[in-house]
Design a protein around this ligand. Structure first.
Ligand code: ZN
Ligand code: ZN
Length: 566
């Protein structure tokens, strides 16, 4: 049998493949690499069949060897390479030794359709998995479709892999997810499937779809509490709920996590704390941390708790918490520089700069904490609102001393704003001038608008995205209308005059008839935008879900969930 020959030749000819030409005892020069074994087999049997080549290709260690054998096959079989050979070559190309998804896809495509039902499903799954890992969506889709054509039931991992590969059609992605949801969720579902689906929902701002994922996966989520991956996806979903602002769902997930016995794990508790913090729910945060055993209480949790207090303006609770942590004097220390910064932030937002500066001194006096540029920027920001020039100057000097170029750029912008707020316009423009001379570019404000169907548009200041240029005049008409309305309400229309990215995005959303607008911003929302957006919710009878770098703002009926603390 050819198979036996192949095996015996392979077994007795190690080590291989040879890197140079090999001279046989007969005096004949054999080819290099795996082709040497073709020559040897031919010499022995006078004939090399498809079975031999198929066995040989499984030994390939790189794409070149696969291609050489493929060419050899094409030459020997007049271009009609046996499908078994193509399938084996595709599988090995997708395997760890060759790891070439493109080649694997090309080989699969060469298998004649009538032979697809005979190909082992493992071949398609190997190619699908490898393409998914490499984000090669074209090959992943090809392998997925062949798996469908093969006529076997698909498993959730097949769907997760094709979705993870990054298919560019959102409709196709949604269709695949819905198709998956029609199947009952297996109790032993790989939690990574949930992770992949949630990650896509997050990227697409598709929170309803995320809820569907979670509901579909519910049987799995209750099944095994000691699963590391499951903890991870629970934390992922909690954070996603926080972003959607749907705290009722977040609290339900938290209750489920408690029932499953995983809520106490730092990753779950930490996620819950950080979403409560983003919503300024300090009462709940303080209640929650009371139940955390000291051994699992970490600096991330402390920072989240302090941030929640800061957002809700509860500085007394923040100070008491920090005092208690320091009295406990746990080793290693729980408080780190971020916790101190959160406390500084709590005082500075209140305009209590004396306490804020005292906290910085306290941080500096501890060898493992110290001061940094972020801490001082935290002080500098609120100086604009409280028109405190001396403290602003002190903070600005500190950032100059400690800061990275990005932080220094923000410090210049903030310092310029403080001068403007204090009525010194020439000092304000001097700051901007100095910043430009030093070549310090501030991070560009970017707002992403979710259209609800998975599509998003990205806006910058004074810049409507090119794909929406047709809507430009409608957007500007809307802005003009808002300008008049805001003036009538006695609210500044600065953010509209300056065409801030939020306002362009919001205007476009309204022209599209959206009543629930989801915006995501890379920086913190500015005061002018915050006031204007709140008013606009009244005029347009809409709700705005504005998620910025620091927290979530849910605006409706002229009010914001942050109670104007931001
Ligand atoms: Zn703004
Ligand atoms: Zn707000």
């Amino acid at each position: 049998m050819l198979w036996g020959v192949a095996r015996s030749i392979l077994r007795h000819s190690l080590p291989w493949p040879a890197s140079r030409a090999f001279v046989h005892s007969s005096g004949r020069t054999l080819r290099k690499g795996l082709l040497k074994y073709v020559d040897l087999a031919e010499e022995r049997d006078g004939y090399v069949g498809g079975g031999f080549l198929t066995g040989l290709v499984r030994k390939a260690n790189d794409s070149r060897e696969v291609r050489e054998l493929l060419n050899e096959g094409a030459r020997r079989f007049n271009n009609t390479v046996p499908w078994q050979f193509l399938a084996a070559a595709a599988q090995v190309s997708a395997g760890p030794s060759v790891n070439d998804p493109q080649l694997a896809g090309t080989l699969l495509a060469r298998i004649p359709p009538e032979n697809i039902p005979h190909v082992h499903e493992g071949v398609f799954r190997a190619v699908l998995g490898n393409a998914s890992k490499h984000k090669n969506s074209l090959v992943a889709i090809k392998a997925f479709r062949l798996l469908v054509a093969r006529g076997l039931p698909l498993i959730p991992t097949d769907y997760a892999r094709v979705i993870h590969s990054g298919i560019d059609s959102l409709d196709e992605e949604t269709r695949l997810m819905n198709q998956l949801f029609e199947q009952p969720c297996p109790h032993d579902l790989d939690p990574r499937v949930i992770g992949v689906l949630l990650k896509r929902c997050n990227a697409r701002h598709e929170f309803d779809l995320a809820r569907k994922v979670w509901q579909w996966a519910a049987p799995r989520c209750h099944a095994k509490a000691d699963d590391h991956e499951l903890r991870f996806v629970t934390a992922q979903y909690l954070l996603l709920c926080g972003r959607t602002g749907n705290m009722a769902v977040a609290r339900q997930v938290w209750e489920d996590a408690k029932n499953a016995g995983i809520a106490h794990l730092p990753i779950i508790t930490g996620s819950m704390l950080s979403i409560l913090a983003a919503h300024g729910a300090d009462d709940e945060v303080l209640r929650l941390i009371k139940n955390i055993p000291p051994s699992s209480f970490n600096s991330h949790m402390l920072t989240a708790a302090l941030t929640a207090c800061s957002h809700s303006g509860n500085v007394d609770a923040a100070r008491a918490l920090m005092d208690q942590i320091e009295t406990d004097n746990r080793q290693p220390p729980v408080a780190d520089i971020r916790s101190y910064t959160a406390l500084v932030d709590a005082f500075a937002r209140r305009g209590d700069f004396t306490s804020a500066l005292a906290i910085i001194e306290r941080a500096k006096s501890q060898s493992h904490i110290g001061e940094d540029d972020v801490m001082w920027i935290t002080v500098l920001g609120p100086c604009r609102h409280f028109k405190n020039l001396p403290v602003a100057q002190m903070a600005f000097d500190a950032v100059k001393r400690l800061g990275s170029p990005e932080q220094l750029a923000s410090a210049y912008v903030l310092m310029s704003d403080v001068h403007k707020a204090c009525g010194d316009l020439s000092a304000a423009s001097r700051m901007q001038q100095e910043r430009l001379e030093k070549g310090l570019a501030k991070e560009r404000g970017t707002v992403t608008l979710s259209m609800g169907n998975g599509k998003t548009h990205v806006f910058h200041v004074r810049e409507i995205p090119p794909e929406l240029s047709h809507a430009s005049s409608a957007i500007h008409r809307k802005l003009k209308e808002w300008s008049l309305w805001l003036a009538a309400c006695g609210v500044s229309d600065e953010s509209i005059q300056c065409q801030h990215s939020e306002k362009l995005a919001l205007a476009y959303a309204i022209t599209q008839g959206m009543s629930h607008v989801v915006l995501r911003k890379n920086l913190r929302i500015c005061e002018a935008c915050h006031e204007a957006s709140k008013q606009i919710t009244v005029l347009e009878s809409i709700s705005i879900h504005h998620w910025d770098r620091s927290r979530v703002h849910i605006m409706q009926d002229g009010k914001c969930s942050c109670n104007d603390r931001y």
